[in-house]
Ligand binder design. Structure first.
Ligand SMILES: Cc1cc2nc3c(=O)[nH]c(=O)nc-3n(C[C@H](O)[C@H](O)[C@H](O)COP(=O)(O)OP(=O)(O)OC[C@H]3O[C@@H](n4cnc5c(N)ncnc54)[C@H](O)[C@@H]3O)c2cc1C
Length: 802
């Protein structure tokens, strides 16, 4: 066994083996995998081995497609069989909503190059004849679906890695991971200590325990899961070809052929978390006792959907545990705040996702960043606020909803409310309908009168429509107020603060008393943030950005720390309000003794409002005359009383995130995670207008940005006015130009101010000619749309800047 290595991968399940292989594939051969028992000794050996591309997140779906296509290559490379059965699969829809979801997925697949098809009940009967299609509206057929041999596949990854120089050590338990002062690791095993530059935690069922060895909490939890293998079924073995997979979300089941019979697994409502206080170290190649009671309702449903099952005897029951994160996606990447420690854990679909997880992690480690936006599986999508008490109910909820329709406007209730500001009770009493972001309660809109306090989940326009419209009109017609609690906020200070910001941010760093908008770029020139930088004094700055990207941004800041500067995440230590609308200035003036008549657009100053000392900046994401006001949470309630009492005579109304997202569309402002993400560059999204080409600083990403500036971006973000019916654009709808899919939407919605549906989307740069007419596919309907040239509100900026 090696005693020094560049990378020690802990865990020899399918994920660890894939990470090891991908590291070698990208050129790192001095790498090793350490497995306490045989390969596959965690969840991997008893998996049903099914794989599919369907995933609500587009990047995850693309990585699942990569994983599935990789298996053939692995077989050719190693000569080992992965036991592949590419039999295709159909996902059923038994109601309109689920069919809408499949239509939306199919639309996304068009520009992703995935060859899925919408099928009707008759076609379903032909594809999967054992299916009772009574009550079925339609389905989505994916020729890539199939299953494999979990053990053969894991060994194929390991062999491919070994062939490229990696070492695989089995029967070797990792007992400690201790970091040295230089950031490298001593990995203490029962066969001796290995000195590793990097550690990868791929310990699957024991990821929590291995994480604890380094003082890290991973928000994941194991769940019990069961599938049943039947005796022989004549309708199956008499066929001349293998029966495809059938996913029946209504019955929470997945079914496929297994030998001469069937195999059917369930995501049952009576879901049970396993090993709540930790996975026992002596849990090995074993199963949990059968628990058919837990799945009796699902079995009964399956008898109706697949009547042959009723006559088939049970050959075996497989009941085992595997891990989930609160949203069901993996936890991958550099662990924030812990140098050279990487996660590849919480992978609940190792055979759909393992290849993509391995590839992304290897790119991150070897090349410094991944080729695509990995936020959906980034370990940094959760902050240090997360606890086992939050994780467990969320994981149970995710398991139960594994096959539920995922609506774009849905707010899941488990483990809420959790994080609240002092305004929670006030807004609740005013009719707040709550959403949540990064564990924080955020108002979506305010219901009034006898309007329900619940937004109906839907792909179409929801019952939040009227309330959103009211709130938009209040902002545009008078003045609106909402909280600034869900801004990510950072305090950057020190004698080198300006120089550091100049290097990290691509834009101009403003003079004292001013603020500026700036993109933050990755070394390869992709967007890693869109920040507002406010200069309070020459050595003190406040940064604001997306609330949900806090851990992501702090990880990058800390990786790039320098002497003479400090960066603090003050997101939850600073809160406040935004007031926006034509009356905002009058309201603000009425609560301060300072003269604000000379406060220009993008000015920042300290003001005392009523009794509260605040930092006030003249800028607003609503695109209107507006002010962002920041204060200490201890004085937030007093500040609310001051602003509310002053605002009411001017027609002030509180507004929520639904109105905010409508208002920003009027001026085509992008939003982090939609228009702005590591999938795109500044030039593609128009954020290059905030890059300071003049500054004499080699800022991060400059070379790549300069290159794109010289060559021009191949695609461009443009706004469209859409002739929508009862459904608006959410994200990733294909944009058809001249009868071909040429682009896709990044986000959209309804502009209540202009009374029109709006979409933002990326199209080829050469297509963006004035007067461009396109079609946007919304839930299977081709809707005409026109490219817009001027904002729908305040086109000359008179209100914003006046
Ligand atoms: C019943 C069932 C059916 C399933 N069906 C499917 C399916 O059809 N399709 C699909 O994609 N997924 C399926 N899964 C999920 C799948 O099994 C997991 O996604 C996958 O196995 C996770 O692999 P892993 O490598 O992350 O973890 P694991 O397989 O748990 O591997 C972790 C490894 O780390 C080792 N290890 C842990 N601690 C240490 C230590 N301290 N030192 C050294 N080694 C250590 C363990 O021994 C183990 O071998 C199913 C799961 C279950 C339970």
């Amino acid at each position: 066994m090696r005693t020094t290595t560049r990378v020690a991968v802990i865990g020899g399940g399918v994920v660890g083996a894939s990470v090891l292989y991908h590291l070698t594939r990208l050129g790192w051969s001095d790498v090793m995998l350490i497995e306490r028992s045989e390969l596959t000794s965690g969840s991997t050996w008893h998996a049903a081995g099914g794989f599919h591309t369907l995933n609500g997140d587009t990047n995850m779906a693309a990585l699942q497609g990569y994983t599935i296509r990789l298996y053939k290559e692995l077989e050719e490379l190693t000569g080992l069989s992965c036991g592949l059965h590419h039999v295709g699969g159909v996902t059923l829809a038994e109601d309109r909503d689920r069919f809408d979801m499949l239509l939306a997925e199919r639309a996304k697949h068009r520009y992703m190059g995935l060859d899925t098809h919408i099928v009707g009940p008759e076609e379903i009967r032909q594809i999967a004849p054992i299916t009772n299609t009574e009550g079925i509206v339609g389905g989505l057929y994916d020729p890539l679906d199939g299953h494999l041999d979990p053990s053969g596949t894991t060994h194929a990854y390991a062999k491919a890695a070994r062939m490229a120089g990696a070492e695989v050590v089995t029967h070797c338990m990792v007992r400690e991971t201790n970091q040295r002062a230089d950031g490298t690791w001593d990995v203490v095993t029962d066969k001796g200590t290995i000195h590793a530059e990097h550690v990868v935690n791929a310990a699957g069922l024991w990821a929590r325990e291995v994480g604890e060895m380094a003082g890290i909490y991973f928000p994941l939890h194991p769940m019990e899961h069961q599938y049943v293998v039947t005796d022989e079924v004549p309708e199956i073995y008499e066929r001349d070809r293998e029966h495809p997979h059938v996913m029946d979300p209504a019955g929470e089941s997945y079914l496929r052929q297994e030998g001469r019979g069937l195999c059917i697994g369930f995501y049952e409502q009576r879901a049970k978390p396993w090993a709540v206080d930790g996975t026992p170290w002596d849990f090995g190649h074993e199963l949990l006792p059968d628990d058919l009671d837990k799945i009796s309702d699902s079995i009964e449903f399956a008898y109706r959907r697949f009547p042959v099952l009723e006559r088939a005897g049970v050959k075996s029951v497989i009941h085992g545990p595997f891990t989930f994160a609160p949203d069901g996606n993996p936890l991958v990447g550099p662990v924030p705040g812990v140098r050279n420690y990487w996660a590849a854990v919480g992978v609940m679909a190792g055979f759909s996702q393992g290849g993509g997880v391995g590839l992304m992690l290897a790119q991150w480690m070897v090349e410094g960043e991944c080729e695509r936006d990995t936020f959906a599986m980034d370990v940094a999508r959760y902050g240090d606020w997360i606890t086992p008490g939050y994780t467990r109910p969320k994981v149970v909820e995710n398991y139960q909803k594994r096959f539920s329709v995922a609506y774009p406007n849905e707010e899941l209730p488990a483990a809420r409310p959790f994080r609240q500001t002092p305004m929670y009770d006030v807004f609740d009493a005013m009719g707040a309908v709550w959403g949540h972001q990064y564990g924080l309660e955020v108002v979506n809109y305010f219901a009034t009168g006898d309007e329900p306090r619940f937004e109906t989940p839907s792909f179409r326009r929801s019952n939040a429509w009227e309330a959103t419209r009211r709130e938009v009109q209040a902002v545009r017609g008078a003045v609106g107020i909402n909280e600034t609690h869900n801004f990510g906020k950072y305090r950057v200070a020190g004698p080198k603060a300006r120089a550091w910001l100049d290097r990290i941010m691509a834009g101009r760093i403003p003079a004292p008393g001013r603020l500026a908008l700036t993109p933050m770029l990755s070394p390869k020139g992709r967007l890693w943030g869109d920040f507002t930088v406010s200069c309070i004094d020459e050595e003190t700055f406040q940064l604001t950005a997306s609330y949900g990207a806090q851990a992501f941004h702090m990880r990058w800041f800390l990786q790039n720390m320098e002497e003479g500067v400090t960066v603090e995440n003050v997101s939850d230590r600073v809160t406040g309000f935004q007031i926006a609308g034509p009356k905002a200035r009058e309201v603000l003036q009425s609560v301060t003794r300072s003269d604000i008549s000379d406060m220009r657009f993008l000015d920042v100053r300290h003001l005392t409002l009523g009794m509260a000392d605040c930092l006030v900046q003249r800028v607003s994401y609503t695109g209107d005359l507006g002010y962002e006001i920041f204060c200490d949470p201890m004085v937030q309630r007093a500040l609310w009383t001051t602003l509310w009492e002053a605002g009411r005579p001017h027609g002030m109304k509180p507004f929520g995130m639904r109105a905010m997202m409508s208002l920003r569309l009027d001026r085509f402002f992008g939003s982090w995670g939609a228009e702005y993400s590591p999938d795109y560059t500044a030039a593609e999204t128009g954020l290059d207008r905030f890059i300071s080409w003049k500054k004499n600083v080699d800022f991060v990403g400059r070379e790549a940005a300069e290159r794109e500036r010289r060559n021009g971006a191949a695609r461009t973000l443009r706004p469209f006015e859409v002739d929508a019916l009862d459904a608006d654009v959410h994200a990733y709808e294909p944009i058809w130009i001249g009868g071909e899919v040429k682009g896709f939407c990044t986000s959209g919605g309804y502009s209540h101010h202009a009374d029109t549906a709006v979409a933002l989307g990326l199209i080829p740069a050469e297509a963006a000619q004035p007067g461009l007419e396109v079609e946007i596919e919304i839930l299977g309907e081709m809707r005409p749309a026109r490219m817009l040239e001027t904002p729908l509100f305040d086109p000359d900026g008179a209100r914003l800047r006046g």
